[in-house]
Design a protein around this ligand. Structure first.
Ligand code: ACO
Length: 396
């Protein structure tokens, strides 16, 4: 077989590909996307079936180990995760050093980075037993860290994890519970969050996953790689879009300008005005995740007894955009972020927590990709080329 990259290097050829639109950096057996047909599968299973029939931990197991777990395997995986939920007390206090108005995504990434200082003896990426241990630690502790980032931002006391609860139940209690004993779980919220996390669990080589792989390719540890991935996710063109969508919907509501007017501004490409939650590098059709989220939104809001005019604005925006030539020609459809914020808001999460929820969902994907990269004998340190366009040699 021909090593194309070697051949290109030897013959002095370089591909200039801003944004890696056409360049594959790896082979992967984890997630399949057909963006024209609107298909998404994890390890071969359609996203619709997984979201309907499986739990988030089932899906995490599938992504990381390649197969859906049996009941025993799932039980053991769940038990191992529950055993690792506690944070070191010093790490709990780490949040004291952050400003009260720290964005929870920055707090999350910083705390995951700090986590790597506690388990440094187990960072060897080539020791499968240690990789496994770090995997479980990260899955167990990230939701706790995420909940503390939330509590920090609203000035409430941190609860200890309640290991009698499932992954999602525990997460909700850590966020919304006020005292150790007092929190009544709402089954509608548990099911809806389980589903949303599954929809976010992987999306092949998106910006944050590529960041995790690039950092990991230097053999930096798993926590460091994921911390970098969290920062990459925070941008409004990526995971940060779910928060940006709510800001956009609210500004349309408050300005009273109306949906049609706003869309005209988007089409004129006014500085900084984009239809957030629309468009995708890969999907040139309706994002299959957005379809599922949209169908959940009405259901969840109704079950929670919440009515939100922002959901009506979102639906009207979608209708206007989908019938407008600007969006039709460019194949711009709602992506996963368009309707999620309305649901998170109905659950009681502040807007600044929306992208943190995305990060919890995406964690199994990041871990699966990091491990696939480490196990792939073809992995090399990631090191893009450039085309130099600066001055030729000159002298002072
Ligand atoms: N609103 C208005 N116009 C858009 C939008 C949008 N949301 N998205 C793309 N376009 C236009 C561009 O202006 C461009 O128009 P042109 O051909 O006249 O120059 C054309 O569509 C192609 O857009 P690109 O920016 O080249 O597409 P790219 O694949 O690089 O960007 C991205 C994809 C970043 C997602 C973009 O669609 C966007 O900014 N969307 C809004 C932010 C968002 O929702 N991000 C979340 C993505 S999903 C996720 O990460 C989970």
């Amino acid at each position: 077989s021909i090593d194309v990259s070697k051949l290109m290097r030897e013959t002095g050829h370089t591909t200039l590909d801003y944004g890696f639109v056409n360049t594959a950096a790896t082979q992967s057996a984890i997630t399949y996307i057909d963006g024209d047909a609107g298909i998404l599968r994890y390890r071969g299973y359609p996203i619709e079936e997984l979201a309907e029939q499986k739990s988030f931990l089932d899906v995490a197991y599938l992504l990381i180990y390649g197969e859906l777990p049996s009941a025993d395997e799932l039980g053991e995986f769940d038990t191992r995760i529950r055993r690792h939920t506690l944070l070191h007390e010093d790490l709990r206090r780490f949040f004291d050093s952050l400003p009260r108005d720290a964005h929870p995504m920055s707090a999350l990434s910083s705390a995951v980075s700090a986590l790597s200082t506690y388990y440094a003896a187990d960072h060897d990426p080539h020791d499968p037993r240690r990789v496994e241990l770090q995997t479980i630690r990260l899955l167990a502790k990230l939701p706790v860290i995420a909940a503390y980032a939330h509590k920090k931002s609203i000035g409430q006391a941190f609860l200890y994890p309640d290991n009698s609860l499932s992954f999602v139940e525990n997460y909700l209690k850590l966020n919304f519970g006020l005292m150790a004993e007092e929190y009544e779980l709402n089954p509608v919220m548990v099911k809806a969050l389980e589903r949303l996390l599954i929809l976010h669990a992987d999306h092949e080589q998106n910006a944050s996953t590529s960041t995790v792989r690039l950092v990991g390719s230097t053999e930096a540890n798993l926590f460091a790689s994921v911390s970098a991935g969290i920062h990459a996710l925070s941008g409004p063109l990526h995971g940060g879009a779910n928060e940006a969508v709510l800001t956009m919907l609210r500004s349309i509501q408050e300005s009273g300008e109306g949906v049609q007017r706003f869309v005209e501004r988007v089409k004129r490409k006014e500085q900084g005005v984009r239809l957030m939650g629309f468009g995708h590098r890969v999907y040139k059709n309706y994002d299959p995740r957005a379809k599922l989220v949209k169908s959940s939104a009405d259901e969840v809001l109704e079950a929670l007894g919440v009515s939100d005019p922002l959901l009506d604005i979102a639906k009207e925006l979608e209708q206007v955009a989908l019938n407008d030539d600007y969006f039709i020609e460019r194949k711009l459809y709602p992506n996963v972020d368009f309707y999620t914020g309305v649901i998170y808001k109905a659950m009681g999460f502040p807007e600044r927590m929306f992208t943190v929820l995305f990060a919890i969902g995406r964690l199994p994907g990041w871990i699966a990709h990091w491990r696939e990269m480490i196990d792939d004998p073809q992995t090399k340190i990631g090191r893009p080329q450039q085309l130099y366009v600066g001055p030729g040699e000159r002298h002072i």
